[in-house]
Design a binder for this molecule. Structure first.
Ligand code: ADP
Ligand code: ASP
Ligand code: MG
Length: 425
């Protein structure tokens, strides 16, 4: 008997029939003698629709109330799934994040899990129930208000519960057969990866591969939780996310690829501070203004300014959600710092090549940039880490850039990848 945490994403429970289909699958896992804990996402695009609704009611919804609203999506699907399981003769109980003991910080919309006190759901599991937990939510330790953990964070709920309940492994069911060498919606020749190390997966997730939520991978690495990413629409084996040492131990037959995959991210904005006096301490002042507003900066580039001698332009990227706040803050500091203007652009995309193998292989950057040049893609910004090279390009070039890099690094599969469902929203 195993204890398994299974998470089903929104596209797997998009309508009543899908919920019944998922219930049958869960019933099979339970009938095979396993203890089953389910983490469920909101149906289909419910979270986006609730967000749209909130913004139609209020241009700036209060974060506390937004969390009250958004968490209802997961509560619906959890209750519906419990009903479907009961009809199959499988005892099941649904729980909100709060009831399941998911204790978080108080930062609405982006709360962190501080602790999980799974007493209640453990007791329920021991009574023979399938335990169903509403994903992506918890309760703030201080205020006892309901919080959400960030978009896509049901994955994180699942891995955190798997760690707290000492599950044998955590299965993430989605609308593709696993983790691929690129988003199959962008690169049909993407190849499924049978097994990937936490480090590569972390970098892919951080670079925009939304198949797994970044913090879920961080959690899995810290707590050594094995993740199996697979499709709820097929019975194909998926992708195992495990410690690199386990992959290495399998021997030379599985020689480490230099590049594990190509990720893309179209959720960032580029901001340019024009005509900054080229004197000591200016960058510090600009980024202090940004830091005071708790805005995370990703890439930074400094160029000679067209504004004339002794002036530079400083460009950086941040999330589109924080772009307005950043531009407003900079404009307030404009006269004091002495630059001439702030410009911004949401029509950009970041494309990254990722692989722990690049540590020991020179020439990856040249190959990537040559591929982009041959595809006629202009590079706007560049950043690198030990195991990643990222470029910012025009949004219209993202697909071409991903495909060019994918081919250049020999990742193309012979057959097209299958995308079973979902709107890609
Ligand atoms: P869910 O609703 O199940 O959480 P998501 O939409 O969050 O599903 O994540 C699955 C999607 O992630 C896929 O449909 C795919 O378009 C996208 N994706 C991005 N990068 C990758 C990748 N490297 N491998 C697989 N899927 C990816
Ligand atoms: N429903 C939430 C979202 O769409 C959480 C999740 O699906 O993981 O972001
Ligand atoms: Mg997801």
């Amino acid at each position: 008997m195993s204890r398994i945490v299974q998470k089903f994403g929104g596209s797997s429970v998009a309508d009543a029939d899908s919920i019944k289909r998922v219930a049958r699958r869960i019933a099979d896992t339970k009938a095979a003698g396993n203890e089953v804990v389910i983490v469920i996402s909101a149906m289909g695009d419910t979270t986006d629709e609730l967000l749209d609704l909130a913004h139609r009611v209020s241009p700036n919804p209060t974060p506390r109330e937004l969390d009250m609203l958004l968490t209802t999506g997961e509560r619906q699907s959890a209750a519906l799934l419990a009903m479907a399981l009961s009809d199959l003769g499988v005892p099941a109980r649904s729980y909100t994040g709060s009831q399941a003991g998911v204790i978080t910080t108080g930062q609405h919309g982006d709360a962190r899990i501080i602790d999980i006190t799974p007493g209640r759901i453990m007791a329920s599991l021991e009574q023979g129930n399938v335990v169903i937990v509403a994903g992506f939510q918890g309760v703030a330790q201080d205020t006892k208000d309901i919080t959400t953990l960030g978009r896509g964070a049901s994955d994180t709920t699942a891995v955190a519960l798997a760690a707290a309940m000492r599950a044998d492994y955590c299965e993430i069911y989605t609308d593709v057969d696993g983790v691929f060498t690129a988003d199959p919606r962008i690169e049909p020749k993407a190849r499924q990866i049978p097994v990937i190390g936490y480090e590569d997966m972390l970098e892919l997730a951080a670079s925009g591969a939304k198949v797994l939520h970044l913090r879920c991978v961080e959690y899995a690495r810290a707590e050594n939780v094995k993740i199996h990413v697979r499709s709820s629409f097929s019975y194909q084996p998926g992708t195992w996310v495990v410690d690199q040492s386990e992959i290495n131990a399998k021997g030379s037959a599985m020689e480490q690829a230099i590049i594990s995959g190509i990720a893309h991210d179209t959720s960032e904005a580029k901001i340019t501070v024009v005509g900054v006096p080229d004197t000591i301490g200016m960058a510090a002042r600009i980024f202090s203004v940004i830091a005071e507003r708790q805005i995370n900066v990703d890439m930074i580039v400094q160029n000679v300014s067209r504004e004339g001698e002794g002036r530079t332009d400083i460009s950086f990227t941040c999330s589109q959600g924080e772009r307005g706040k950043a531009v407003d803050a900079l404009n307030l500091a404009k006269d004091e710092i002495g630059f001439s203007a702030v410009m911004w652009n949401d029509a950009v995309g970041k494309v990254s090549v990722v692989g722990v193998g690049m540590r020991t292989h020179p020439g990856v950057t040249a190959k990537f940039f040559n591929a982009l040049a041959a595809a006629g893609v202009n590079i706007d910004m560049i950043s690198t880490s030990e195991i990643r090279i990222s470029v910012v390009v025009d949004i219209a070039d993202v697909r071409a850039a991903v495909q060019a890099a994918h081919t250049a690094f020999g990742l193309d599969a012979d057959t097209d990848a299958v995308v079973y469902a979902g709107t890609g929203r």
